[in-house]
Design a protein around this ligand. Structure first.
Ligand code: ADP
Length: 500
């Protein structure tokens, strides 16, 4: 048994490898960016071979940097950008088309066709998802429709489909294992999250042959052994999960009602809803959190489009601050935002409003308004938007959520975290390591290999950096929220105004 766990974190812009010790310290990191391919407006692709070679290069780099060999590694866990779609030839091991990335909008018309055919409710009920080009199914259909002879070959079992973890596992095991984990499968829009199998009705509507699909399995278990040549010896892959679900696991949100929020460029909130799927009345997505020890946990997922991006906007466009982290000092220099409310709806408003045509606004400006007020109001807008999602989740769950675990770059902002605790009347925990995505993959792999005996071992090693408790009166909280909602209403009203 090796002393360390290797995680492969295959993101949208870069591949990383982090090697962890038993208490979750990163002892070595390798990271490299890879090419983003934009063949047309709104299209995004990656070279799947480059994804693989970059990921393997950073794995070797991480081992070398810490003077470790494969003998020091107990097991490998994988986490990855979700939904991104790869189809390859089983014989040659070469992709038949570039990976179509989750952001790619080329299949918006297929998604619209599905909606127009009246499949929204059926797809929602079976997959937990709202029909969108974002998910893998329409991307896979597109490849089968556009690459010569692809569908026939796929029917004969000569082509394989995978999301990124499936592709990496297949390559790393020398084509022996064609598997996907439940959390990634749940983002393909063709996986039935209740029966835990591919859905024949959806496959038939999209004319996707079942023969090309990977076998769905739990997130912790046997994903095969790596080929000898990769590390000079064989290593076991024992964990895999999509990035957001891995982060939920990495934040140790193991129980129903536990929630994490990743404050990055956007903000992703996931709520563990326990052993059954919960369907949202506010347009949140229902997904599988993970499969572990023969049990499946479900989650509700929502995202705020503009979170850290609003701070970047203050920095790069308005040039009010030089560094993102300085926003905390600016916000703390004034006792309040002096009536200013910022609604950073740069690209529309997501859940629970769902208004793609909304655009942002700065309201309540006076002669006395200073840039500190605008900076503070921008940070407050992040907390308000997150609170809207938390409240939607509470409604769907049927009870109040009392604790929130946070990670992501902007979670380091103490003003923002205190503001979130105040506005949401919630206890916030920030752990020492905010790399929860990689940690989640490490924990899953370690539980399957026996490196960790149980989730109690993990709870024990999680070190808290800082906690935040609500510290304002409920009356003030309600007044602030009412003001925010009036500002959102104003923005929504303008979205309906065609002349504006
Ligand atoms: P991503 O993984 O989405 O690229 P990160 O988790 O690295 O994002 O977080 C970076 C984002 O957080 C940037 O948008 C940045 O502006 C913002 N950010 C980073 N540090 C702070 C801070 N101290 N206060 C506010 N925002 C911050």
């Amino acid at each position: 048994m090796g002393e360390y766990i290797m995680t492969l974190d295959e993101g949208t812009t870069s591949a990383r490898c982090i090697i962890y010790d038993r208490v979750g310290n990163a002892v070595s990191v390798g990271q490299r960016e890879f090419k983003q391919i934009f063949p047309h407006d709104g299209w995004v692709e990656h070279d799947a071979m480059e994804i693989y070679s970059t990921q393997m290069a950073v794995a070797q780099e991480a081992l070398l940097k810490a003077s470790l060999t494969y003998r020091d590694i107990d097991c490998i866990g994988i986490t990855n950008q979700r939904e991104t779609t790869i189809v390859w030839d089983k014989e040659t091991g070469r992709p038949i088309y570039n990976a179509i990335v989750w952001q790619c909008r080329r299949t918006a018309d297929i998604a619209e066709w599905l909606r127009n055919q009246g499949y929204s409710d059926m797809i929602r009920e079976k997959t937990g998802l709202i029909i969108d080009a974002y998910f893998s199914a329409t991307k896979l259909k597109w490849i089968l429709d556009h690459v010569d002879g692809a569908r026939e070959k796929a029917k004969r079992g000569e082509l394989l489909f995978g999301t990124v973890e499936t592709w990496l596992i297949w390559k790393m095991t020398g084509g022996v294992k064609h598997l996907t984990d439940y959390s990634n499968a749940a983002r393909t829009m063709m996986f039935n999250i209740s029966t835990l199998d591919w859905d024949d009705e959806i496959l038939s509507i999209l004319d996707i042959p079942r023969a090309m699909l990977p076998e769905p399995v739990s997130c912790a278990g046997d994903f095969g052994e790596t080929i000898f040549e990769l590390f000079g010896g064989k290593l076991h892959i024992t964990g895999a999960a999509g990035d957001q679900q891995a982060a939920l696991f990495g934040e140790a949100c193991f129980n129903e009602g536990e929630i994490k929020s990743t404050y990055g460029t956007g903000n992703f909130l996931l709520l563990n809803t326990g052993n059954k799927p919960v369907y949202s009345s506010s347009g949140l997505l229902t997904t599988i959190a993970w499969g572990l020890n023969g049990e499946v946990k479900y989650a509700l997922e929502g995202s705020v489009f503009v979170c850290g991006a609003a701070i970047q906007w203050l920095r790069d466009n308005l040039q009010m601050i030089k560094k993102s982290s300085i926003s905390e000092n600016f916000a703390s220099k004034v006792p309040d935002s002096d009536g200013v409310v910022v609604v950073p709806a740069f690209t529309g408003l997501g859940a629970p409003y769902w208004e793609p045509d909304a655009r942002g606004a700065i309201l309540g400006i006076k002669r006395s308004t200073k840039k500190e007020h605008v900076v503070r109001a921008t940070l407050e807008s992040i907390a308000f938007q997150s609170d809207d999602l938390i409240k939607a989740m509470e409604k769907d769950l049927g009870r109040k959520i009392t604790d929130l675990k946070v990670d992501g770059g902007a979670s380091l902002n103490n003003f923002l975290m205190q503001n979130q605790a105040d506005i949401s009347d919630i206890h916030i925990v920030r752990h020492k390591s905010i790399e929860s995505t990689s940690l989640g993959a490490a924990y899953l792999a370690g539980l399957a290999s026996g490196y960790y005996k149980s989730i109690e071992d993990i709870i024990e090693i999680k070190d808290i950096d800082k906690e935040f408790y609500p510290a304002i009166e409920d009356e003030d909280r309600q007044r602030a929220k009412a003001k925010w909602h009036r500002a959102v209403d104003a923005v929504l009203a303008l979205a309906e105004d065609e002349e504006f």
